[in-house]
Ligand binder design. Structure first.
Ligand code: MN3
Length: 239
């Protein structure tokens, strides 16, 4: 069982399932707003806030349909097992082997999708870009030689992920930073690592504006990274 302290360390931004009763047993249409227990939070900025790097139409579809569908899928999965909805999302993903077989894949895919996307929106900002400061900047230098060395590794991970998935900066339990990628919606939490920064390289994240030019999207991503949020996640994960 994950205790509260661990939950806080790995927790993103209050992604805790509420214990409220629910009756939804059928998967809602993908464009219906999720009804719970897991909820789709509004974007933390207007749809066009990340223009020109990520266009408003992509944000609208990505958040309002793709992310919403993951929340609906997760709610549908947890509704099948008594007690599951009372676990936090971080606990579900960190202890996938504690999730019953019949819904484990759905929790991995839809729960991962919900967690990854909730982080992703906060990892971006119209005032983002540049380089991190403070402890995180020092740690990136220590682990990767320089910020440019880190950026190069994350770019390679993003471009090297065949098909759909994510590239990440993660922190492991020994406080080591790693650049890695995961397939599909797999969360680094399921491997015991805390995601600090992630880039969604599913085509739905960039295809409208960039078509097959994933490299251009990755270049644009670095211009809108919300380093203050990433620095705060790093501080919290170390604490
Ligand atoms: Mn996505």
């Amino acid at each position: 069982m994950m205790n509260r302290r661990q939950a806080l360390k790995t927790g993103a931004i209050g992604l805790v399932a509420m214990a409220a009763p629910f009756s939804a047993s059928t998967l809602q249409a993908q464009n219906q707003p999720p009804t719970g227990p897991f909820k789709l939070a509004p974007l933390p900025y207007p749809l066009d806030a990340l223009e020109p790097h990520i266009d408003a139409k992509t944000m609208e579809i990505h958040h309002g349909r793709h992310h919403a569908a993951y929340v609906n899928g997760l709610n549908q999965a947890v509704s099948q097992i008594p007690g599951l909805a009372q676990r936090s999302l971080e606990q579900l993903l960190s202890e996938l082997n504690q999730v019953p077989d019949q819904v484990r894949t759905a929790v991995r895919n839809h729960g991962g999708g919900h967690h990854n996307h909730t982080l992703f929106w906060s990892m971006l900002s119209r005032n983002g870009g540049g380089k991190p400061k403070g402890e995180l900047a020092s740690a990136l230098d220590t682990h990767f030689g320089s910020f440019d060395g880190f950026q190069d590794l994350l770019t390679k991970a993003a471009l090297g992920r065949f098909g759909s998935g994510w590239a990440w900066l993660t922190l492991d339990r020994s406080r080591k930073l790693t650049v890695e990628s995961t397939p599909n919606q797999d969360s680094p939490l399921s491997e015991g690592r805390t995601p600090l920064l992630g880039i969604d390289v599913w085509e739905h994240a960039y295809y409208l504006k960039y078509q097959n030019r994933r490299a251009d999207y990755v270049t644009a991503f670095f211009k809108i990274v919300n380093w203050e949020f990433v620095q705060e996640r790093y501080r919290t994960a170390l604490a």
